[in-house]
Design a protein around this ligand. Structure first.
Ligand code: NAP
Length: 308
């Protein structure tokens, strides 16, 4: 069986960049993506803070543009879910859909997936009014009232997106201060006809049998409840890293994100991490791309030093 210099797990901005750098360094690379190249960028309507695109760029367009950079390069690209990574002597054996792939280094760019609220019947009503992706599902709620839960950049951006489709968007955040960027909040605060911002409030109950027909929220200050007549509930309360397949000796932080040093080296020699799966403050496309390049360079040096 052939041995790859590096296997990259995940085809988002971090994985694409790591692949680009390693192939250009002459390494034999395989990149595994679970679904479609682009990662979470595909679920973002418009990206306004990626340098080089002063007017912003659609998420799908940036994903396509990044992925196209690999088109003429010689690397193995495959769709498949990694289920485990086991170290054997100097190499790593990865299980991918019942097959084994061998690599001298592994770069984890597996990103993160959305967190759920944990409300009763949330799972049951997912796809029937509860959603975690405005771009995917927003159009089902054209001209209707919807709620967005969360106070981070995703919640603010998705509220802006939904405000162009829905009759009214209620943005519900558990605190008074928002975590997301002021530029988005200012915009939302000026849209009083279509956006109502409900601070210090938490969702407590979803209504409706087959589909969402309302949401009860409660004030964390007064305990007062209020029923919002919404047909859609969009949940953006943060992300959980995709690390289930990792060996136990890869050190994680208390939230489960992979701890690296500044060169993207994890606690296990030969395993690197880049992008949203990594423990860090600033999760952006631009930092994912930077992580990817740094991880590739570190992996290249590791291969050179080991002379393998
Ligand atoms: P996030 O920044 O972690 O924000 C999650 C939000 O959900 C927080 O406001 C949090 O409240 C709230 N929350 C968490 N659990 C909750 C619960 N059980 N009930 C109610 N509210 C809850 O997540 P994110 O917005 O998905 O962003 C993830 C990362 O991607 C961040 O680093 C973000 O900056 C980045 N991002 C950047 C952009 C951009 O720059 N354009 C766009 C999207 C995402 P508290 O504030 O009270 O903790």
């Amino acid at each position: 069986m052939s041995v790859f210099d590096s296997v990259i797990i995940g085809g988002g901005p971090a994985g694409i960049t790591a692949a680009l750098y390693l192939v250009r360094s002459g390494c034999r690379v395989a990149l595994f993506e679970q679904l479609t190249m682009g990662g979470q960028v595909l679920q973002t309507e418009s990206i306004e803070n990626y340098p080089g695109f002063p007017k912003g760029i659609k998420g799908w367009e940036l994903a396509d543009t990044l992925a196209a950079h690999l088109d003429d390069l010689s690397l193995e690209r495959a769709t498949g879910k990694i289920s485990s990574i086991v170290q054997k002597d100097d190499v790593y054996v990865l299980s991918v859909e019942g097959k084994e792939v061998i690599a001298k280094t592994v770069i984890l760019c597996s990103g993160a997936h959305h967190r759920e609220l944990g409300l009763p019947r949330e799972k049951e009503l997912t796809g029937h009014g509860v959603s975690y992706c405005a771009i995917c599902d927003g159009n089902f709620f054209r001209g209707q009232e919807v709620a967005v839960i969360g106070g981070g950049n995703t919640a603010l951006e998705e509220t802006l997106y939904l405000s162009k489709i829905a009759a009214k968007v209620h943005l519900i955040h558990r605190r008074d201060a928002f975590r997301g960027a002021k530029i988005y909040l200012d915009r939302l605060e000026s849209m009083t006809d279509r956006v109502s911002i409900l601070r210090s409030s938490v969702p407590v109950m979803l209504h409706g049998d087959a589909e969402v027909e309302g949401l009860t929220i409660s004030s964390v200050k007064t305990g007062e409840s209020r029923l919002l007549p919404v047909k859609g509930v969009f949940v953006f309360v943060g992300n959980t890293p995709n690390t289930a397949f990792l060996p136990k000796n890869v050190q994680l932080d208390e939230q489960g994100f992979v701890i690296t040093d500044t060169e993207m080296r994890t606690s296990v020699p030969g395993i690197f991490a880049a992008g949203d799966v990594r423990s860090k403050q600033c999760r952006q496309v631009v930092t994912a791309v930077g992580d990817g390049a740094t991880a590739a360079q570190a992996a290249f040096l590791y291969l050179e030093q080991k002379n393998v």
